[in-house]
Design a protein around this ligand. Structure first.
Ligand code: NAP
Ligand code: GLV
Length: 337
């Protein structure tokens, strides 16, 4: 994987490994400021391509996607590393403690993807509630033979209760959108959000009570030791049999096996998943066999503008780290103390 000539011109510039190829203009901020060694557009397995791994010893900066595990094994090969910049808000692929121990700040991209991801959560909610994939498939297959009064019936939004698990930036943006559809809002977060209780009428509940009351449950927590498996068999059995589960957070927040049984055996009505466990979800995974499960390939932030802005923010974090300045968005701020 050769470095491009214009990038090699400044021999003293720091070497930055970019795990995957991105549109060149997204990385424009790095031009002339570092030597870039860029990986392939996709890798079949997670992690860095072997040609990049071989150069880790020289790298001073590392630009990663959320599919790249940044752990002790990788960091041990990169003694000169001064910054990791993850082009995602979620940093569950990065061992933050290991980076902090080595004094390496980790950049991430909060905020710029909030609106796009909230839009996608609402898109999933509407598509699952109104059974769009099944209806569209039936039309294509010639099963639309007449207007059926009792065909393709879905769920109403107005007057239904939406449970938001994790009232952070994306959860809040979902709450703001949900009001327009007449959804009643309940939420769970470790800290209360009195301003949202005031402006949107959102009611804070413990998780079991939220699951018990909600017609739609939408997940917006980060993946942490505390949230891994948060929605398992007990949680799914607490939900209404008519309820819909939406996950645009991280796949492992939900126990996939329990979800499959819940959907097949009718503990809940349906699910919409932008994220799965594992990712990618293999084509022969049983969840794909279920009509009441809509699965997307992790596209929450996938709009032209949002992905470009994420890349730009990741470049800004990277450049700040190389210059020894505080990162605009640092996921392990304790590294500075
Ligand atoms: P954020 O602003 O940090 O919000 C996360 C919220 O989760 C926080 O406000 C936190 O509030 C709450 N939380 C954390 N642990 C919790 C727990 N155990 N129980 C209940 N609430 C908890 O982050 P964000 O920007 O909204 O992003 C959220 C996550 O969405 C990211 O970490 C990422 O994994 C995922 N994401 C996915 C996509 C996609 O493409 N599908 C795109 C962007 C982000 P408290 O501290 O008050 O609990
Ligand atoms: C996407 O999933 C992100 O965390 O940015």
């Amino acid at each position: 994987m050769p470095e491009t000539p214009e990038k090699t011109a400044g021999a003293l510039l720091p070497l930055v490994i970019v795990s995957h190829a991105l549109p060149a203009e997204w990385l424009g901020l790095l031009d002339g400021r570092c030597r870039l060694l860029v990986g392939p557009e996709t890798t079949v397995t997670s992690g860095l391509a072997p040609a990049l791994q071989a150069r880790l010893g020289e790298a001073e900066g590392l630009f990663t996607l959320l599919t790249v595990p940044v752990n002790d094994a990788l960091l041990d090969q990169a003694p000169r590393l001064r910054v990791v910049s993850n082009m995602a808000v979620g940093v569950d692929n990065v061992d933050l403690a290991a980076c902090t121990r080595r004094g390496i700040p980790v950049g991430h991209t909060p905020g710029v993807l909030t609106e796009a991801t909230a839009d996608l959560a609402l898109a999933l909610l509407l598509a699952v509630a109104r059974r769009l994939p099944e209806a569209s498939r039936d039309a294509r297959l010639g099963r639309w033979t007449t207007w059926r009064p009792a065909g393709w019936l879905g769920a109403d939004l107005a007057g239904a209760t939406l449970g938001i698990v994790g009232m952070g930036k994306i959860g809040t943006a979902v709450a703001e959108r949900a009001g327009v559809f007449g959804l009643r809002l309940v939420y769970t977060s470790r800290q209360s959000r009195p301003e949202l209780e005031e402006t949107l009428g959102a009611v804070r509940l413990p998780l079991p009570e939220l699951l018990h009351q909600s017609d739609f449950v939408t997940l917006h927590v980060p993946l942490t030791a505390e949230t891994r498996g948060l929605i398992g068999e007990a949680a799914l059995r607490t939900m209404k049999r008519t309820a819909v589960l939406l996950n645009t957070a991280r796949g492992p927040v939900v126990d996939s096996g329990a979800l499959y049984r819940a959907l097949r055996e009718g503990w809940i009505a349906a699910a919409g998943l932008d994220v799965t466990d594992p990712e990618p979800l293999p084509a022969d995974h049983p969840l794909y066999t279920l009509d009441n499960c809509l699965i997307l390939p992790h596209i929450g932030s996938a709009t032209h503008n949002t992905r470009r802005r994420m890349a730009e923010l990741a470049c800004q974090n990277l450049l700040a780290g190389l210059a020894g300045r505080p990162l605009p968005h640092c996921a392990n701020p304790q590294v500075l103390t």
